[in-house]
Design a protein around this ligand. Structure first.
Ligand SMILES: Nc1nc2c(c(=O)[nH]1)N[C@H]1C(S)=C(S)[C@@H](COP(=O)(O)O)O[C@H]1N2
Ligand SMILES: [Mo]
Length: 405
């Protein structure tokens, strides 16, 4: 287990003023996300604090996407290449770690106001590898296109999160009988007074399952400011909308949370693959929750040349959702034939897992390469893509076309 030096965490605080969020004057480079039927090129930016080269989706609030080639370098996504997504643009440009307090209130025996140093000192530390994936990851590939952040596949990342159990913090406060949910809120604020503050809730049982974590570090370092410094919620297996950043307020509720972000936003069609037809209206919905298996090729991109007669080395990453990755198959013919790939080491069931294969392609010319993940409970990605108007929880197998010569 990586040891985090408390002083190091406490020192990584001031990050300069809001100027750091300014748009770069000139695009140095463009990335083509290959989005169907729409503007597909994005600037590559290095203008954001603690971030290297990122795909600029939006400046205020910052939406930064991880370029696909970063996922080829390993199963853990470096902090300085880890994607960024915020709903509101009022984000503290720095956090004073001495005056910071994590508040716990609502249906509890003791209201708490925990200094960061005490949280780091008093509670047992846990570490877990887990994929943080935006509900709208890959939204830009939805056909027909839907409104929202036009992400490619890079609104995700895998890290080793270190923190304390949410359960331990709740136990310190003493949850009262009758508690049904726990609500989380961060230090960011709406840009207009009428805008709904970003808050998400989990059921009391989920909040106390011992896995949900209040993280203070990722990949052995303090959280980057834009990824939620100094504290964020980590909800393994669940979409990142619940992973509240700059977490400063925990409220134990005796009634189900009816705030905008729980009852209006992030709703999925209430069927297994979150799939409706674009003409469907008034279908039943449920709040988004757990992730599903997915897989990607990372060492080739659409349009790449491969050898027609010699074997080709192909690799990528996969995730299992709420269970580990059990197998990843590859198909060169839109799913008529599937071939098993070799899996890399398992680094935690909620994390990415590497897969690879060395194989000949069936013929010269254009070859569709599809990859399909099956998780440890036997759930397999469908061949067809699901569609819903929010552009959420894309699940079908991803395909790139390579040219064999
Ligand atoms: N405080 C706060 N936390 C938040 C959000 C936000 O707007 N404010 N957005 C959520 C959503 S929708 C996503 S996808 C993730 C993004 O996490 P990241 O920026 O660390 O990658 O943060 C989540 N936590
Ligand atoms: Mo998200």
């Amino acid at each position: 287990m990586t040891r985090i030096d408390r002083r190091r965490v406490l020192q990584a605080s001031a990050l300069g003023g809001m100027a750091a969020f300014a748009t770069p004057a000139l695009a140095q480079k463009l990335a083509d996300l290959g989005l169907p039927g729409g503007p597909s090129s994005r600037e590559i930016t290095t203008a954001f604090p603690q971030k290297g080269a990122m795909i600029l989706q939006r400046t205020r609030p910052p939406l930064l996407e991880t370029p696909m080639d970063v996922f080829d370098t390993g199963v853990f996504t470096p902090n300085d290449r880890f994607y960024v997504r915020w709903h509101w643009a009022v984000i503290p440009p720095s956090v004073d770690v001495d005056s910071f307090r994590l508040k716990v209130h609502g249906a509890v025996d003791r209201r708490l106001s925990i200094p960061l140093a005490n949280l780091l000192r008093d509670l047992p530390r846990v570490e877990i590898a887990a994929v943080n994936q935006c509900s709208g990851n890959s939204r830009g590939f939805f056909e027909p296109r839907v409104p929202g952040g036009e992400w490619g596949h890079g609104a995700m990342g895998n890290a080793k999160w270190m923190g304390v159990r949410l359960r331990d913090v709740l136990d310190k406060a003493g949850v009262k009988a009758g508690a049904v949910q726990v609500r989380f809120s961060g230090m960011d604020e709406p840009v207009v007074p009428t805008g709904p503050d970003f808050k998400k809730s989990l059921s009391i049982d989920h909040a106390r399952d011992g896995e949900v974590m209040i993280a203070f570090a990722m990949n052995g370092e303090a959280l980057p400011l834009l990824n939620g410094f100094p504290l964020r919620l980590v909800v393994p297996g669940w979409f990142s909308t619940y992973w509240v950043k700059m977490l400063s307020d925990i409220e134990v509720l005796t009634q189900p949370d009816d705030n905008f972000w729980m009852v209006k936003a992030y709703k999925l069609p209430a069927n297994h693959w979150a799939n409706v037809s674009p003409t469907d209206k008034d279908f039943p919905t449920v709040p988004i929750s757990t992730m599903v298996p997915r897989a990607w090729i990372t060492n080739l991109v659409d349009g790449d040349a491969v050898a027609a007669t010699d074997p080709n080395y192909i690799r990528g990453i996969a995730m299992g959702g709420t269970r580990g990755v059990a197998k990843v198959d590859i198909s060169p013919d839109h799913g008529r034939h599937w071939y098993p790939t070799q899996l890399g080491a398992e680094e935690g069931k909620y994390g990415f897992r590497r897969w690879e294969i060395t194989a000949r392609v069936p013929h010269a010319g254009r070859i569709p390469l599809s990859v399909r993940c099956t998780n440890a409970s036997g759930e397999t990605q469908p061949l067809a893509q699901n569609w819903n108007p929010g552009g959420y929880r894309r699940a079908g197998v991803e395909t790139i076309t390579v040219v064999a010569a």
